[in-house]
Design a protein around this ligand. Structure first.
Ligand SMILES: [Zn+2]
Length: 311
């Protein structure tokens, strides 16, 4: 089955201060790697509306981000927290990152394409309803989950977060909505310091799996198969959303885990199987972290290949 890539060219315009690892080169690296694949169809993202953002974020949050972007002087940054900075062009990048995820949901709901990967930055999974955080302005995957539930009338949305960092913003959504299931596999201790094992959300709709520095890929896979897959089966989602960060790769400078391209292809296959079984194959994945550009590109391409079922 073909995979739809929802490309957000505005991502290239979100410049960041020197030495910030979440830079435009990440978008270029993933785009170049995905362009080597022959199977996917490509479309461009759209801009999210304020009403769509405000299904998850507060109106104050949306206003604060957009005003900060608009008020940045040319070539200067407005700092929203210690590692989250914006320029004027960041508004389009953020709105299209969220809008790309919304477009992907619309596409997989309409068919015939059922699996999508959103190529966009900045990432989103740390952004909370009223707070930017960790490079993230708007929480694309949470906004997409609300869109699937509210605009399309689905009953249950699952979010699987494979980024090496805990998706604290997305967990906020599950903690306030029992129709959302959130599973995160992340290194601990590590930024942002949230996501303890044993947190269960509402009626068990939160599952945090933590991994020590230098944990093996085999251990990561074993826990995914033994714990995430059964929890997904119990939840029986109508759509599967993925926070596809690739900073659990063995080459990543921010994470200490040991996944490789083979593991990203494998986990895409696991998630695809779940979507096929419960969600009429509806699967939307969103790029989150990944900070070694060559490894990021290879991992994303392996993941998208795994979504397609290509050998
Ligand atoms: Zn990350």
């Amino acid at each position: 089955m073909s995979v739809l890539i929802v490309d957000s060219p505005a991502s290239a315009g979100h410049n960041v201060p020197p030495d910030n690892p979440e830079h435009p080169g990440r978008y270029a690296a993933v785009r170049e790697a995905l362009k080597t694949l022959t199977g996917p169809q490509w479309i461009e993202s759209r801009s999210a509306t304020r009403a769509e953002l405000e299904r998850f974020h507060t109106a104050d949050h949306v206003e604060r981000v957009l005003v900060a972007c608009a008020s940045a002087q040319a070539g200067e940054w407005q700092g929203l927290d210690w590692d989250t900075h914006v320029q004027q062009s960041s508004a389009a990048a953020g709105l299209h990152a969220a809008g790309g995820a919304l477009e992907a949901v619309d596409q997989v709901m309409a068919g015939p394409v059922r699996r999508a990967f959103c190529l966009a930055r900045p990432p989103g999974h740390h952004a909370e309803p009223n707070r930017v955080m960790g490079f993230c302005l708007f929480n694309s995957v949470a906004i997409a989950a609300e869109h699937a539930l509210q605009a399309h009338g689905l009953a249950r949305a699952a979010i699987i977060d494979i980024d090496v960092h805990h998706g604290n913003g997305s967990q906020c959504l599950a903690e306030n909505n029992e129709n959302v299931f959130f599973a995160s596999l992340h290194q601990a201790p590590l930024y942002p310091g949230t996501g303890r094992e044993g947190e269960t959300g509402l009626n068990g709709n939160v599952l945090n799996l933590t991994f020590a520095d230098n944990a093996s890929a085999a251990h990561w896979r074993q826990r995914f198969e033994a714990e995430v897959m059964p929890a997904l089966a119990r939840f029986a989602p109508d759509i599967v959303l993925v926070s596809a960060g690739f900073d659990a790769h063995e080459a990543d400078p921010l994470g200490g885990l040991n996944l490789t391209e083979t593991d990203y292809r494998w986990v895409a296959g696991q998630i695809r199987t779940c979507a096929d079984k419960f969600a009429e194959s509806r699967l939307v994945s969103v790029l989150e972290g990944g900070y070694d550009c060559p490894a990021l590109g290879r991992a994303a391409a392996a993941f998208v290949s795994g979504l397609s079922g290509a050998p």
